[in-house]
Design a protein around this ligand. Sequence first.
Ligand code: AVJ
Length: 322
Amino acid sequence: MKKIENISLKKEINRKKNIIFLLKSKKKSLPTQYLYDDVGSKLFEKICETEEYYLTRTEYKILNSNSFDIIKASSAEELFEFGSGSSKKTKTLILSALKKNKYLTYFSFDISSEALYMSYDELSKISENLNVRLLKGNFNLDISRIEASKKKRLYLFLGSTLGNFNNKVAINFLQNISNLMNKEDSFLLGVDKVKDEKIINLAYNDKRGITKKFNKNILNVINKEYKLNFNKNNFLHNTIYNSEKSQIEMYLKSTALQSIKLPNNENLNIKKGEKILTEISRKFSEETLERLFAKSNLKVIESYTDEKKYYSLYLLKIKKYL
Ligand code: AVJ
């Protein structure tokens, strides 16, 4: 089995306090990262295969039709992917990069060991000239621990994962990447775009109920992690599209008055109808993206989309080398 390089600095200190704070707040929420444990990562892979979830399929198509162009335009000699998941989509880019470079290193950076192993399984057979490195860490906490490269690196952040971050966190993340980038490096960002609300709503309410399972799994994860007593049967999967913020908000909605024992042994009452936010998924307009890039010292070199303009990839470079 391939060895995982753990680069994360475990900042354990305030985790419990944070959970208590989030659950006692007027607008309750849970940290989105808990959706992506090993079970959750696998459920997400299944969401990607549903009819309604157009994001992955569309991104894959765009990547497939433009992968050689992306490698050419970026002159990439090395690939570094954040939140790589199973790396299925990245395969096409790797194959194109191997046409231009005899040897290639691909870094897969993810929080989940399961995802890293899936990525290794998917990629290790491609070529003897491909070196796959597995890095385990959290991309908001551990990005400063990534080493820059002497080779021209193409950073990848696909799957519209940026959409999980509120504006402040998104800017912070993009700034961290642009600080890490050398002059010759590039960055390929995949994002879901603003479109007809009906299509968006369906994507988060698939009829097979996989998204519902995915959402409820967060309760298993935090029950285990913090020894809590959430009962999945007392919650409904609930999403709304917030058009003001152009984002899907995914909630667990309480079906009854219930009492939860918090990690500090305090009892928390959750009313019937009360909602706990588990994830946001932003849909971006060109204007929003321009603003984000400008604040992060990034400029667009090239962009790629599908015929319906549902989804876009942006190839970015550093605007000013500081
Ligand atoms: C993995 C964050 C891109 O926001 O569309 C899918 C996660 N949540 N269905 C998304 C997700 C519910 C997904 N991202």
